[in-house]
Design a protein around this ligand. Sequence first.
Ligand code: KQY
Length: 365
Amino acid sequence: MRIDNHTPKQDGFYMPSELSEHRCTYILWPERGDNWRHNAEKAEHVFTEVARTIAKYEPVVLCVSPREYPVALNLNLPNVQVVEMTSNDSWIRDCGATFVINGRGNMRAVDWSFNAWGGLVNGLYFPWDQDDLVAAKMCAIEAVNRYRLSDFVLEGGSIHSDGEGTILTTEECLLDPGRNPDMTKEEIEEKLKEYLGAEKVLWLPKGIYMDEDTNGHVDNICQFVAPGKVVLAWEDNEEDPQYERSKAALDYLESETDAKGRKIEVVKIHVPNPILITKEESSGVDIVEGTFPRNEGDRLPASYVNYYNCNGAIILPVFNDPHDEEAIKTLQELFPNKKVEPIYAREILLGGGNIHCITQQVPKP
Ligand code: KQY
């Protein structure tokens, strides 16, 4: 059921941290050949590995188009339910529901408007109508009521919640003219507080260098590891364009406190060396007018911070890069009670995001 004229905050609901316990994880199957090379044949393998790995720790709901449904069903993955779902692409973090709870065992969801990361201004494809229905379908499957925002565009990858009143986002994304061009920063902040049940929004200036698909989603540069503590994608080389972005985020975080007045502890995780699209990779992607191209030589927005927290594990993208080991070690030290599960994720990166972008948690209310 759709709830209008109230907000989650008015009703006592808030977005829990991704670190709190999940009921399950949703994933959307990749398919479109103008984003995934060779009609997603290679991406399917990595998505399957992500689903199989998460399913060792919590149930997975794998949402698949009618055409691909038999393929996914025949994988017969343990602890994975396959449901039929039409969509335009496979980024459920962004087009899916944001679940909110009230601490008394109840759950609802926020169903933001989705416009393919910028609509007709700078969106990545047209149409996006089926993606915009994904959140409602998830709510139906989960049997929860939803707050639908027909007049406010937001993707789940552009926000993180610490579950204690603080939201993390970026100015680069939320103030981009492709989302809510008629709203001021203050109005956008108010919407986040009302619909995520929060008290304070921390605005990092920018996301990862060349994260042009999403206009700098926060989930690629920074993530809570505990209330008052974050990991930040870092670059030591001052000549690299990533350096000034990471440094600006660090300076901002060090100058701020969270909703509870805590200073924010920052743990750096160095980004991989620059990863460029090869000729072979570029040539496997269908060229379609109106769709964002994947050109040979383009630098990809690679970051370890785009990992996913599930119940007993950290599902970490790795790139066969010299920095992989350090990222694994840092996260294993930060989460001694979870297992770090590295997955070679270049194929997801080629599509424009990574493991966090293709997953969406449903909390255990
Ligand atoms: O959340 C994300 N990083 C999604 C990226 C979308 C890319 C579509 N080509």
